[in-house]
Design a protein around this ligand. Structure first.
Ligand SMILES: Cc1cc2nc3c(=O)[nH]c(=O)nc-3n(C[C@H](O)[C@H](O)[C@H](O)COP(=O)(O)OP(=O)(O)OC[C@H]3O[C@@H](n4cnc5c(N)ncnc54)[C@H](O)[C@@H]3O)c2cc1C
Length: 267
C-alpha cells in the first residue's frame, strides 16, 4: 500500500512536474513536435490506477483498521455493551491477561537489537518509540470512543497510515543495515534522509489525531450532500444478466477451466 499510495503516485507526479509542459503532453504530441516522446502523462495516469484496482485506497484503509482493531474489540467489546458488573469485570480480566504480553513485546525493542550500526540506531529508536505511541493512541481512542471508533474513518485512516509508515521505515532501516553489513555505504545518506523525512510526516499524522477539522468536514459534507443534485437515472432496461463474472474468473483461473470444459462439451 505504501508503494501505490505514497510512493509511486508522488514520484510520477514530481517527475511530470519536473518535465513541465512536456510532462503533460502525450508521447504522440511530443513526437509530432520532434521532441523526445517520453510518455510521462501516461506514467502518471497508469500509476493512479493502483489506488483503485485490487481494493481502493479507502477500502484498504478499512481492512487494515479492522485488522488492528479486531483483537481489541473482541477482547474489550463487553465493556461497551450493556451488562452487569460481573460481566464487565470478566472483560477487564481478559484484557489484563492479553495486554501485558502485548506491551512487553513492544517494550523489548526487537528492531533495535537487529540494527548494529550507530548511524541507524537513532532512527530505529524513533520507530520503536512511535510504535508504542501508536499502540497507546489506538488504546486511548478505543477507551474514549468505544465501538463508535469503527465509524470514525478519518481517525482510523490516520492510525493505519502511521502503522504503514512505521512498518516501511523499519524495513528501510533494515535494508540499509543489510547493505552496510555487505560493506556498501552508497545508499546510507539517502536512507538516513528518508527515515528523517518520513518521521516528520508521522509526527504530523499524530498531531492530526487530536487537532483536526473532522467534525467540520462531516458537517460540510452532509450539507453539500443535502444540496447536491442527483445524477440522472441510468436506463438499465436494455441490460441483461452477465453469464460469467469474467474479472473474477480471470484472476481465479476459472476462465481456463471453463474453456477446456466448453471445448470438451462441443466435441
Ligand atoms: C483499468 C481497470 C482494470 C480493472 N481490472 C479488474 C480485474 O482484472 N478484475 C476485477 O475483478 N476488477 C477489475 N477492475 C475493477 C476494480 O477492481 C474496481 O474498479 C475497484 O475495486 C473499485 O470498485 P468500483 O469501481 O466499483 O468503485 P466503488 O466501490 O463504487 O467505489 C467508489 C468510491 O467510493 C469509495 N468507497 C467505497 N466503499 C467505501 C467505504 N465503505 N468507505 C469509504 N469509501 C468507500 C471507493 O474507495 C471509491 O473511491 C478494474 C478496474 C479498472 C479501472
Amino acid at each position: 500500500m505504501y508503494n501505490t499510495e505514497s510512493c509511486t503516485g508522488q514520484a510520477a507526479d514530481t517527475a511530470l512536474q519536473l518535465r513541465g509542459g512536456r510532462g503533460y503532453e502525450t508521447a504522440a504530441s511530443l513526437d509530432a513536435r520532434g521532441e523526445h516522446p517520453f510518455p510521462m502523462e501516461r506514467v502518471l495516469r497508469d500509476a493512479r490506477i493502483n489506488r483503485i484496482v485490487e481494493g481502493t485506497t479507502d477500502v484498504m484503509h478499512l481492512f487494515l483498521a479492522r485488522e488492528a482493531l479486531d483483537k481489541h474489540l473482541t477482547l474489550a467489546g463487553g465493556l461497551f455493551k450493556k451488562g452487569g458488573l460481573g460481566s464487565k469485570m470478566g472483560t477487564i480480566a481478559k484484557c489484563a491477561a492479553f495486554s501485558p504480553a502485548r506491551y512487553a513485546k513492544l517494550l523489548l525493542g526487537i528492531f533495535r537489537s537487529m540494527v548494529a550500526d550507530a548511524r541507524l540506531a537513532g532512527p530505529m529508536r524513533a520507530i520503536d518509540a512511535a510504535t508504542r505511541r501508536l499502540a497507546r493512541a489506538l488504546f486511548h481512542r478505543m477507551v474514549l470512543m468505544g465501538p463508535k471508533l469503527e465509524m470514525r474513518q478519518l481517525t482510523l485512516n490516520r492510525l493505519v497510515d502511521i502503522g504503514v509508515e512505521l512498518g516501511v521505515r523499519a524495513l528501510g532501516a533494515s535494508r540499509a543495515q543489510r547493505e552496510l553489513d555487505a560493506g556498501d555505504t552508497s545508499g546510507l545518506s539517502r536512507a538516513l534522509y528518508w527515515l528523517e523525512a518520513r518521521s516528520l510526516f508521522v509526527e504530523d499524522l499524530f498531531t492530526a489525531l487530536s487537532r483536526n477539522v473532522d467534525k467540520a468536514s462531516r458537517a460540510v459534507s452532509a450539507e453539500m450532500m443535502e444540496q447536491a443534485e442527483a445524477l440522472p437515472e441510468v436506463d438499465s432496461s436494455g441490460l441483461s444478466a452477465i453469464l460469467h463474472d469474467r474479472g473474477r474468473d480471470l484472476t481465479s483461473g476459472r476462465v481456463g477451466t471453463r474453456a477446456v470444459e466448453e471445448t470438451a462439451a462441443a466435441k
